[in-house]
Design a protein around this ligand. Structure first.
Ligand code: CTP
Length: 407
């Protein structure tokens, strides 16, 4: 931490007082701290307090000509080793998720080429609002790191998830991001499949499924954040491409298999795609026309290649760790174990897709990690980004040869 430079953006929230403590702790470790205080932030802590603790000028206004002459927002955002926003309000996160830049804080966040860490603080209803959930998912996909929020009593009298992480937790997150150990998968090539495949009936019609690609994309994002070189082979999805990942766009299962083979060698493969089990045996070359009075055409199906099974096949090209998913609505563990044995993979993330779980298209997932040689590990319902982070932690432990510890 000695000699590292942090740009701390303090947005408007009662938790801003904790940021003063964060500044003090950072400076105690020899870290240089520059601060941007938003207009709302300045209603909770004074520029004088922030300047005194940080030992440097506080930046408050985008259009201050003197500051622009001395140091523009672009330099301000790039001279830091890390940009930290604490507290990060719902409003500032929404701006960042949408690329809005109408004040110094949001402009700085958009202009930076450094990593960004957000410490959200807001009312629990605001944190749980679908709009905030969407923005958080977007930001995570953009490679933005988060610490907190924590559960507890809120200043507004409510109880729930929304308290800003404590200064020592934010400090630990900063240290983790600034040290090479935060990239434990550096040098590892990871292959991820995601989304559905679509199988052509004719040039305009196809067979598809409801996979959104959210879980696979979150895994690709988390692997990249852990330092892996990631190839994401994905079927047609609306999910944006994750940052710092090589994306290969495919449509059919056969194209997906070909792209996966071309991406090898890889040390890790995670097959999160919902690959169509069948394709149309003989797709029509031209659009099938409705013939008045004629019976509807019948479709003969043929089996698709199984990509997970193909990647799991023993041989020199087999990744060290091959992980599949199993979408189950009943007997989750038994079915997943059967799948693990049948396909020859090392782990299965068994996914409860019964309708009440809202897994398809939703941001949450309820999974169990099934390993050939261990008891199943049931994880609580959590966001797909959290499932991804936990899975990556297990992958790191496995590649290091240590038993993966449940977080
Ligand atoms: N898979 C694959 N290629 C296929 C089919 C499946 O790579 N042609 C992978 C998926 O990416 C996933 C796992 O295999 O990792 C799921 O296996 P699958 O047998 O399709 O199971 P479910 O989707 O759970 O469906 P079912 O229960 O009908 O077998």
């Amino acid at each position: 931490m000695q000699g590292r430079r942090i740009l701390l953006i303090i947005a408007g929230g009662i938790a801003a007082y904790k940021s003063l403590d964060l500044i003090r702790r950072l400076r105690e470790r020899g870290t240089e701290v520059r601060c941007v205080l938003t207009t709302a932030g300045a209603r909770f802590v004074t520029p004088l307090a922030v300047a005194s603790l940080s030992g440097s000028k506080v930046f408050t206004n985008l259009f201050s000509l003197t500051d622009e002459a001395e140091m523009g927002h672009i330099r301000l955002s790039r001279e830091a080793d890390l940009v930290v926003v604490a507290p990060a309000t719902a409003d500032l996160m929404a701006k960042l998720a949408h690329g809005l830049a109408d004040d110094l804080a949001s402009t700085t966040l958009l202009a930076t080429n450094q990593r960004v860490l957000l410490a959200p603080a807001m009312n629990p209803q605001m944190w749980a609002h679908p709009a905030t959930e969407r923005n958080v998912a977007r930001l995570r996909a953009d490679g933005i790191a988060f610490v907190g929020p924590n559960p507890g009593d809120m200043a507004c009298g409510e109880v729930g998830l929304g308290r800003m992480a404590e200064p020592q937790e934010i400090l630990a997150a900063i240290e983790a991001l600034l040290t090479p150990a935060a990239r434990p998968l550096a040098g590892v090539h990871a292959l991820v499949t995601s989304g559905p495949t679509i199988e052509a009936i004719d040039p305009v019609r196809f067979i598809a499924n409801r996979s959104s690609g959210k879980q696979g994309h979150a895994i690709a994002t988390a692997l990249a954040a852990a330092g892996a070189e990631v190839t994401l082979v994905r079927g047609p999805v609306h999910e944006p491409d994750p940052a710092d990942v090589t994306v290969v766009k495919v449509e059919s299962a056969e194209q997906m298999l070909e792209a996966c083979r071309a991406a090898l060698p890889a040390q890790v493969a995670v097959c999160a795609a919902a690959v169509a089990d069948w394709k149309v045996a003989a797709p029509f070359g031209q659009k099938v026309k409705k013939q008045p009075g004629a019976a509807p055409p019948t479709l003969a199906l043929a089996e698709n290649p199984d990509i997970l099974q193909a990647l799991s096949r023993p041989g020199a090209a087999r990744p060290r760790l091959v992980i599949g998913f199993a979408a189950e609505t009943e007997d989750v563990v038994a079915n997943a174990r059967r799948k693990l044995t049948a396909k020859g993979c090392d782990w299965i993330v068994a996914n409860d897709v019964s309708r009440e779980q809202g897994t398809f298209g939703g941001v949450h997932n309820t999974v169990q990690l099934i390993r050939a040689d261990a008891e199943p590990e049931a994880w609580p319902r959590m966001s797909k980004a959290e499932v991804a982070a936990r899975l990556v932690a297990a992958i790191v432990a496995q590649l290091r040869g240590a038993p993966a510890v449940a977080a």
